[in-house]
Design a protein around this ligand. Structure first.
Ligand code: ADP
Ligand code: ADP
Length: 226
């Protein structure tokens, strides 16, 4: 049974003469517990598709189904809540709060979810442990190496026990050894916690480590959609 489905998704940017269809009818279904790579050349529509699948952006037409439920009517706070509970995000540029500690960064999604006090700290520390960064919990995020920063991002993505982790070029800013370590953590979470992974990547080696490769070309799925 599919966890996340896109049905004939079109995303048009701009108006009039600058109008451009970044996605031209994307239908695909992702099962619970799958690991999927979204691949394709720069400008093919991968980020647009990921943003739409993660309910960060809305399609111009077409639908997104989560657990077979349409999502188009969910708006505002309810949408934020759904996203925060269901998805974790890992980006190439990290997006950590540099002046805050590792622990504070990882507690943030719990704060948004309304988890308070001791439990918030315990859950955050458990996620920090899962990425082997216990010893850095009280360090400022700005003082960490790139690989450590990305591990903090994974802990932050993980802390609400999401069904899906979306990773947009998660190793794009890392050297290959560090990148591999970050990949290993993501795939360990996939194996051991059954988290669905959706990874946008240019890296063929990373793509091959996923169970399925969905190739996007000029706003259409050309391979791996089924
Ligand atoms: P990819 O992630 O594969 O590089 P994107 O989804 O970022 O592709 O972009 C797909 C196409 O849509 C590109 O031609 C890009 O320039 C265009 N595009 C993306 N975002 C916008 C936007 N906000 N406004 C206008 N065009 C955009
Ligand atoms: P990626 O490296 O992930 O493909 P891009 O550099 O294509 O990312 O895009 C980065 C951000 O800028 C994305 O959020 C995308 O939607 C936006 N963007 C991309 N192309 C355009 C564009 N032509 N006009 C406006 N925004 C764009």
């Amino acid at each position: 049974m599919s966890l996340l489905e896109t049905q004939n998704v079109v995303r048009t940017y701009g108006k009039g003469t600058t109008k451009f269809d970044a996605l031209r009818g994307v239908s695909l279904a992702i099962d619970k517990g799958e690991s999927v790579a979204i691949i394709g050349k720069s400008g093919s529509g991968k980020s647009t598709l990921m943003h739409i699948m993660a309910l960060l952006d809305q399609p111009t037409s077409g639908s997104i189904l989560l657990d077979n439920q349409p999502t188009n009517k969910i708006k505002g706070r309810a949408l934020n809540k759904l996203r925060n509970q269901t998805f974790g995000f890992v980006f190439q540029q990290f997006f950590l709060n540099a002046q805050d500690t590792v622990l504070e960064n990882v507690m943030l999604p719990l704060k948004i979810a309304g988890v308070t006090g001791k439990r918030r700290k315990e859950l955050a520390l458990a996620a920090i442990r899962a990425v082997d960064l216990e010893s850095k919990a009280q360090n400022k995020a700005s003082n960490l190496s790139g690989g450590q920063k990305q591990r903090v991002c994974i802990a932050r993505a993980l802390v609400n026990e999401p069904q899906i982790i979306f990773a947009d070029e998660p190793t794009g800013n890392l050297d290959s050894t560090t990148g591999e370590m970050v990949e290993n953590i993501l795939f360990k979470l996939h194996r051991e916690k059954g988290i669905t992974l959706i990874i946008v990547t240019h890296d063929p080696d990373l793509a091959q480590k996923c169970q399925r490769q969905i190739q996007i070309k000029d706003g259409l799925v050309v391979e791996g959609g089924e």
